[in-house]
Structure formats: C-alpha cells, structure tokens
Design a protein around this ligand. Structure first.
Ligand SMILES: Nc1ncnc2c1ncn2[C@@H]1O[C@H](COP(=O)(O)OP(=O)(O)O)[C@@H](O)[C@H]1O
Ligand SMILES: Cc1ncc(C[n+]2csc(CCOP(=O)(O)OP(=O)(O)O)c2C)c(N)n1
Ligand SMILES: [Mg+2]
Length: 346
C-alpha cells in the first residue's frame, strides 16, 4: 500500500479520480472516536453535548493569503497552508470561549497540483489540530473541486461546555485590556517573504519569524480560560491589533487606548528583522494580522489568567469624544498610523 501511495504522490491531482484522491487524503486527516459518523456518507454526524453549536469558516486563496512562490524564493508548502487553515479556524472557536469539536475541509485545486502537495496539506492540518491541543476536534469531512487557483476553506464547530460565550460587545469603561499569544511575528515573517533578501540568506531568528507566518500558534486553551475568569469581551487578532481592537471597541461602545510601553517586549524581539528590512517593528505589532492571539477585556479587579498581558485601558466613548478623541482606538492617546489588514482595501 505504501508503494502505491508513494507512486501516487508523484502524480498530479488531475491524473487521479476524486475517489482515488480521497483514498489517499482521508487516512491523513485526524479522526477521532468522538465523531458519531465520520467522512464517507453525505454528511458527518457530531455530538453536541452542550446543546448549542459554535460555528465559523475561513478561506485561503492562492496569491491572496499565500504564494506558491514568494519574492524571497520560499514556496508555501501544502503543510503550511493546511496548518494555517486549521489554526485560523480553531482560533475563532477559541475566541468565543469554546472548544473545537469538528472541522470540514473544502479543497479547490488546479489539475496540475501535485498529489504530494495535497497530502502534505492534510498532514499540516492534522498536525495543527494535534499540536495546538484541539484534542476534541475531528476532521469530519469535506469537499473536492477543480479550479484555476488553489482555494482552501475550512469550517469549524465548537462546544461551549456549558459556559457563556464571550462576545465582542461586553467591554466596559474601566476594564483592563489584555492579550494572550504573540503580536507582530507573522507580519514580520510576511515582510521577509515579500522582501528581496533570498530565504537562503536569512539567519535562524528570521527563519523562525517566517515559521510563525507559515504555522501560527493561537493559544487555544486561553479562550475557555478567559471565559471562565469572566472576560467581558474577546476576539482573536487576525487582521491586526488596531483593526481588531477597533471591532471590539465599536461592538462594546467604548474607547481603547493602547500602551506602547506594554507592547515593548513584542516590539523588542522584532528589532533585528526590522533593522534588516528597514521597517518599523511597532507597525508590525500594531497592524500585523495572522498571529491569532486573543484580545480580551476584563473587569479592573480581575486577576489576569496565566498567559495574558495587560496592554491598554478601556474608557467611556462618550467621555473621550467630549475630550476631542474621535478614534475608537488610540496609542498613548494619539491616532495610530497603522490600521491593519483588509482584503478589499489597498
Ligand atoms: N460572506 C459572509 N456571509 C455572512 N456572514 C459573513 C460573511 N463574511 C463574514 N461574515 C461574518 O462577519 C463577521 C466578521 O467576519 P470576519 O472578519 O471574517 O471574522 P473573523 O475575523 O473573526 O474571521 C463574522 O461573524 C462572519 O461570520
Ligand atoms: C500573498 C499574501 N498577501 C497578503 C497576505 C496578508 N494577509 C492575508 S489575509 C490576512 C489577515 C487575516 O485573514 P482573513 O481572511 O481576513 O482572516 P479572518 O479575519 O477572516 O479571520 C493578512 C494579513 C498574505 N498572507 N499572503
Ligand atoms: Mg476571529
């Protein structure tokens, strides 16, 4: 069987039937006894012990979210894209205070895609689910199609385990603003990939930043823990700290001021890469998406759970507006020059 699989791995997806391709992919997708019915029928069946189901979906499109050839010579592997697909989806479940229970995967591929690239994608997806600690998450099924470019979509389900979900709109004046996970590393990695210095010339520290862009590590236990500790609002940072903090501020009707001193450790570790690329590391920390950290507000008297760092304050929108501050999010009271990622903006 291994011999046949190896032979197929040298082929392109256009040389196989859907059934043959699925036969190769399915054993690599993480299965789990918690699925009442896994891949193979018209739909899968998962248990929903809480009675409520949390659901989210995220897509990656070739040349919009990853490149098969980056400017610095690196080629995104199937593993990278599979890992990120899982990570970005699991992160949205985490950000509600829930635990991922199931994921479905849709792959649109040009016929010339190597089978080995797709199998690598299945391995990356499964590795992220395991290594990030989504122990209850099963890959329940998916879909295959052909198209002009690679499009990878995953939808994920989650279980609140009896907790209340933490939404974006519960932040209140006087709350502490805190973050779990990292800020700016994926943006630095992305800048290196788009830069003109060949990947072969980068040192280990810079390669580690590219690794973080390729395979982000959302802090998956932090969401349920924050929910348990009474987080008043929460979301994951996918499009950049300032943009996502603005979403939280608008939903909560509050004004957020970020403390640059509290962001210092995140900025500091990016200094060598920033120096190398002649870019501003604070812009990566404020505007960089794709790290999938968690941004939370907690009441002033809440002891921050392990893994969270205070990075700013939450004020009354009405009061700050009267004081002449029009922005939902400021940095040390000033307008941020960095806004973050938007697929439809330039
Ligand atoms: N095409 C769509 N149809 C319906 N709802 C959408 C669509 N795109 C985004 N949304 C919803 O808008 C909200 C914001 O989306 P998005 O910014 O992608 O969330 P996130 O950054 O958490 O992944 C989410 O609740 C999402 O479900
Ligand atoms: C080729 C390429 N260009 C640009 C980017 C940068 N980028 C793409 S999506 C994104 C933000 C997060 O993705 P999105 O689909 O908005 O996730 P969501 O907010 O829906 O979770 C960023 C910073 C990239 N990863 N690859
Ligand atoms: Mg999100």
């Amino acid at each position: 069987m291994g011999g046949i699989a190896n032979q197929a791995a040298e082929q392109t997806v256009g040389q196989l039937s859907e059934t043959e391709l699925l036969k190769l992919i399915l054993p690599r997708l993480r299965g789990n006894a918690t699925a009442l019915l896994g891949p193979g029928d018209d739909a899968a069946i998962l248990a929903a012990p809480d009675g409520r189901t949390v659901v989210s979906i995220d897509t990656q499109v070739q040349d919009q979210d990853f490149r098969l050839e980056w400017n610095n010579g690196y080629a995104s592997t199937g593993f990278d894209v599979g890992w990120k697909s899982a990570a970005q989806n699991l992160s949205d479940i985490n950000a509600m205070g829930a635990v991922p229970t199931g994921l479905v995967l849709s792959l649109t591929m040009p016929p010339q895609t190597p089978v080995s690239w797709v199998l690598d994608l299945a391995d990356g997806l499964s590795a992220a689910i395991s290594e990030l600690g989504a122990d209850r998450c099963v890959v329940a099924g998916g879909d295959l199609s052909a198209g002009a470019e690679l499009v990878i979509t995953a939808a994920v389900l989650g279980d609140l385990e009896g907790r209340e979900a933490v939404r974006r709109g519960g932040g209140a004046p006087g709350d502490q603003l805190a973050v779990a996970g990292v800020l700016g590393r994926a943006a630095a990695g992305w800048a290196l990939l788009e830069g003109s210095q060949p990947v072969s010339s980068l040192d280990a520290e810079m390669l580690a930043l590219i690794d973080y862009f390729r395979c982000p590590r959302p802090p998956l236990s932090a969401g349920p823990m924050a929910a348990q500790c009474g987080a008043t609002a929460m979301l994951d940072i996918s499009d950049g700290l300032v943009r996502d903090a603005t979403r939280l501020a608008k939903a909560s009707g509050v004004q957020i001021d970020l403390d640059p001193a509290a962001l210092g450790a995140f900025v500091e570790e990016l200094q060598p890469a920033a120096h190398f690329l002649k870019q501003d590391p604070l812009a990566w920390v404020l505007g960089g998406g794709e790290d999938h950290g968690l941004l939370c507000t907690f009441a002033a008297d809440t002891v921050l759970p392990a893994g969270f760092t205070a990075i700013g304050s939450v004020r009354s929108k009405a009061e700050t507006t009267i004081a002449g501050i029009t922005d939902w999010v400021t940095v040390a009271g000033q307008r941020s020059s960095t806004v973050g990622w938007d697929h439809f903006a330039d």
